[in-house]
Each structure stands twice: as structure tokens, then as C-alpha cells.
Design a protein around this ligand. Structure first.
Ligand SMILES: *Cc1c(COP(=O)(O)O)cnc(C)c1O
Length: 495
């Protein structure tokens, strides 16, 4: 291959680009078309056995041969996110406008860390962020930044909250001086169902995970506000310094949404930063039918939202939104080569100061193309259809004698246990459901998640796919039954 054929721009390069993209597109289409199952069922060992080509060969080979090889060894053994029986995690089928945007943003390779590396992209990201602040009802003066996802958004939100609190409470400039001597009394408060990345962030922030105070949840897996009040009073008595309250809009297991208005009231009364982790449930803001479930989110100091979940964008795509743009100041810095101070004075857009990343993808293009193609209501109707499906699925489970429905879904996560006999004890249920899950993946006929509910291993559908129907759910339950019977026969348990 000539050098020209390796880069877009020349006639030869453009032709090579088109050919490679066409072949790659065909390979993707072939890998997902007419497949009976969401996964081929290959085990880690089997996959390792078929991926033996040298990763860094001395001499290369033709690109089309490599793409062909990848199609056979990798794409064919990938989870098919658009398959109606792929229903395990918050892993969406990526929407075509998002995929088209992905192709454009990667090929142009704009980097959002400075205006001169991404002129129009910089301006567009800011416009998308402004529209998102409006969507969530944040006031004038709100701002945000695209992130790699909820993990990064939660981390950055709690970092800003910590530094804001230390400045006002202890007169400490954490960016310059590090943690104050009072750091060991700092606490963040969240429910026991909050995402693990909130706890992880507190570790990264140098406060230690013991600084996370978890509050029990109610029957619907939302933070229990009476218990929250007791917790806050207790922290007060013990002279602790809670600085952030984390609410979750869409917990990973149950999709439950904390009572955000109550949390906003508590945050106000106690001078806490309210962070709402809406990585999963944020998409309800699109829906006229369901946006009332997020009431109170407009009072948050910060909101984490993921577009690579219920907004159907290819990974990665998330954002952190802040009620007050000034709060980004806790992490701002000027680098002579990227955003010198005289640029700030001249009004040159400067996104790097708002991000924990430097080189950063133009992920904002993906929701932009999607919003403009479908409109708010078009995208909302996809989300709404999955919530309807989850309700119908839970009814199906509730009506079945051999299943126990564990939650009444708020979003589209449905948790259940396979209990073919009424008198099974919890240990037996745990063993059976764990074994069934393994068998499902090994067969590849349905991709279903597992979780633990009050110590009992349970199964979970995350019904993100707007193309899935109740028949698909019923088929998955039948497959669970078949696997369950096979597992019990194998283990010698009388069926
Ligand atoms: C997915 C998720 C996260 C983590 O987000 P990533 O995009 O995976 O980094 C955090 N919180 C909640 C509630 C989530 O659903």
C-alpha cells in the first residue's frame, strides 16, 4: 500500500477509505443479520483459541484480509445488541444517526481540548450542552461538558463538590493545597442502591470509601427519606462534614428513582451539593408521559447523564451538567500551548478547562444528529415503548407460577427469580438462577443479567431494545425454563 492509500485526502486515499468503510459496514451488517441467537455462546477459552494471529506481526497484510479475519473471529462472536433477546445490561442497540455521527467524528478526528483543534465542534458541543441544560430544566448560568460516561461524570461532580465545600467551609484551595486537615470528617451521602462509581469516586478523591454514608432504601428501592433525615442528624451530632448528597435517577438493578424533590429540600436545608446520577433514567426528560418521574432534577447542583444507554448512542457518550457554570472553576487551569490566559480574555472558547480529559472525542455530534433526526418526541417514543414493554413483561412474570417478579419496574429493568417449585429455599433458588444464567450465556440463546436481591441470586432483563416485543420476552422465559430443566437434570435434582 502506498502512503496515500493510508490516509483520506488524495484520490487514492479517498478510494481506499470508501472501500474499507464499505467492507467494514458489510461485515457489521452480515454479523447481525439472520442470526438466530444474540451470542454465539463461545467460552473465553474457545475465543482465545481462535484469536492466535500475532497482534504485532513483522510484516503487515492487506487490510481487506484483516477485516475479513476480524469479521470471523471477533464480530461473529460479539453480543448482538440489536437482537431482541439481548436484554442483560444497559447496553443499547446503537441508533443509526448516532452511528453516522460516529463515522464522521472519528474520520475528522476533532479534539475538543482546544478551539484550534475543533472549531465548529467546539461551538456545537456548547450548543448541545446548552440544549441539555434546558431539557433538564436547569436555570440560566448552567453549563456542562461531554464525558466518557457516568463514571467520569460522577467522579467530576464529586470532585467539584468537594473543592467547593472545602473552599467555603475551611477556606482551603484544594487544587493548590490539597486536602484540608479536616478531610477525615468529610462525608458523602447516598442510598445503598447508588451506583458503585459514587463510592469509587470518593476513593479517587482521597477521602476513602469509608467517607460514603449509605442510607437504606424503601420497598421501591428508593432512598428512604426518614432514614436519610436520621442519617443527616446523626452526622451532625458526630460533627462530620457531609458535603454532597447523591440521588439516583434510575438505579442499575431496579431502575428506581429517588424522590428528587425531597433530596433537593434536604440538600438545601443542610447546605449540601446535590448530585443526581441520571446516567440511566435521564432519558425520561425527553418524554411528556414520564418526565414527571424526574421532578426535582432541575434543583440539582449537578446531573450525570449517559447517552450510550437510553438515548441509544454508540459508546462512549455522556455528559455532566452543572447548575452554576462558575463551579467548573475549581478545576480550571491554563496551559500555554492549549488555552493561554490571553485567549480567555479574547473570548476563545475553552472546553479543556471544564474536563478531566485533555484530548477528547466529539461525542456531542451523536446525540445532535439523533435529536435533529428524530426530534424530542420521536426519541421519547422509543424510550416510552421500552417502559411499556417492561410493564407488560412484569405482568407476564407476575402471572407465571414458576417465576417470582421482584420489582415493579420504574424504567425498563425487570428483576425476577426462576422458582419452578413453590417450596424452594433461597439457597436453592440462588444456585439454580446462577446456573441458569451461565447456561444461557453458554448457549447464547438469550443474554440475561444476574444480580442479588436480599442475598438471593436473581435474573434481570434490561429491556432497552425498542424492537423487542412481549413475544420475545415470553420466548426468553421459555428458554430460562428449558435451561433450568437441563441444569436440574444434570445436577441430579429431580425435575
Ligand atoms: C451506567 C451507570 C453508571 C456508569 O456509567 P458509565 O457510562 O458506565 O461510565 C453510573 N451510574 C449509573 C446509575 C449507571 O447506570
Amino acid at each position: 500500500m502506498s502512503i496515500e492509500e493510508l490516509f483520506i485526502g488524495s484520490e487514492a486515499g479517498n478510494a481506499a477509505y470508501r472501500a474499507a468503510m464499505e467492507q467494514a459496514t458489510d461485515a457489521v451488517v452480515d454479523s447481525v443479520t439472520d442470526t438466530e441467537t444474540p451470542y454465539s455462546g463461545r467460552s473465553p477459552t474457545e475465543l482465545a483459541g481462535q484469536l492466535t494471529e500475532p497482534v504485532i506481526p513483522e510484516e503487515g497484510m492487506q487490510l481487506n484480509a484483516t477485516i475479513e479475519d476480524v469479521a470471523k473471529t471477533v464480530l461473529a462472536h460479539s453480543v448482538r445488541t440489536a437482537h431482541p433477546r439481548c436484554a442483560a445490561h444497559l447496553q443499547c442497540p446503537p441508533i443509526i444517526p448516532g452511528l453516522a455521527a460516529e463515522a464522521m467524528l472519528t474520520a475528522t478526528n476533532q479534539s475538543l481540548d482546544s478551539f484550534d483543534q475543533a472549531p465548529a465542534a467546539t461551538v456545537l458541543e456548547q450548543r448541545v450542552v446548552d440544549a441539555l441544560c434546558d431539557l433538564f430544566g436547569l436555570p440560566d448560568g448552567a453549563d456542562g461538558i461531554f464525558t466518557s460516561g457516568g463514571t467520569q461524570s460522577n467522579f467530576q461532580a464529586l470532585l467539584l463538590a468537594r473543592d467547593w465545600y472545602c473552599a467555603q467551609e475551611f477556606g482551603r484551595d484544594v487544587q493548590a493545597e490539597g486536602l484540608p486537615t479536616e478531610a477525615s470528617s468529610l462525608r458523602i451521602v447516598c442510598s445503598e442502591a447508588a451506583h458503585f462509581t459514587a463510592t469509587q469516586a470518593v476513593h479517587y478523591l482521597g477521602l476513602g470509601e469509608d467517607a460514603v454514608v449509605t442510607v437504606p432504601t424503601d420497598d421501591a428501592h428508593r432512598i428512604d427519606t426518614d432514614a436519610l433525615d436520621a442519617t443527616l442528624a446523626d452526622l451532625d451530632r458526630r460533627d462530620c462534614d457531609p458535603f454532597a448528597l447523591v440521588g439516583t435517577a434510575g438505579t442499575t438493578d431496579f431502575g428506581s428513582i429517588d424522590p428528587l424533590t425531597d433530596l433537593a429540600d434536604r440538600a438545601f436545608d443542610h447546605g449540601l451539593w446535590l448530585h443526581v446520577d441520571a446516567a440511566y433514567g435521564g432519558a425520561l426528560a425527553l418524554s411528556d408521559e414520564y418526565d414527571d418521574r424526574l421532578v426535582g432534577i432541575d434543583r440539582a447542583d449537578s446531573v450525570a447523564v449517559d447517552f450510550h444507554k437510553l438515548f441509544y448512542q454508540p459508546i462512549s457518550c455522556g455528559a455532566l451538567l452543572l447548575r452554576d457554570e462558575q463551579q467548573f472553576g475549581w478545576m480550571a487551569r491554563n496551559a500555554a500551548y492549549l488555552n493561554p490566559e490571553d485567549h480567555d480574555d479574547a473570548g476563545v472558547p475553552n472546553l479543556v478547562s471544564k474536563s478531566v480529559q485533555t484530548t477528547r472525542r466529539f461525542d456531542a455530534l451523536k446525540p445532535y444528529l439523533t435529536f435533529r433526526t428524530l426530534g424530542r418526541t420521536g426519541l421519547a417514543s422509543l424510550v416510552e415503548s421500552t417502559l411499556t414493554l417492561a410493564d407488560d413483561a412484569s405482568q407476564l412474570l407476575a402471572d407465571a407460577d414458576d417465576f417470582r417478579l421482584v420489582n415493579d419496574p420504574t424504567l425498563n429493568a425487570v428483576v425476577f427469580q426462576y422458582r419452578p417449585e413453590t417450596n424452594m429455599d433461597d439457597d436453592a433458588v440462588s444456585r439454580l438462577n446462577a446456573a441458569v444464567r451461565e447456561e444461557l450465556l453458554a448457549e447464547g440463546r438469550a443474554v440475561v443479567a444476574r444480580t442479588a436481591v436480599d442475598g438471593v441470586t436473581s435474573l434481570k432483563f434490561t429491556l432497552l431494545n425498542p424492537m423487542a416485543t412481549l413475544d420475545d420476552v415470553a420466548a426468553m422465559l421459555d428458554i430460562v425454563r428449558e435451561c433450568g430443566t437441563a441444569v436440574r437434570t444434570e445436577s441430579g435434582v429431580v425435575v
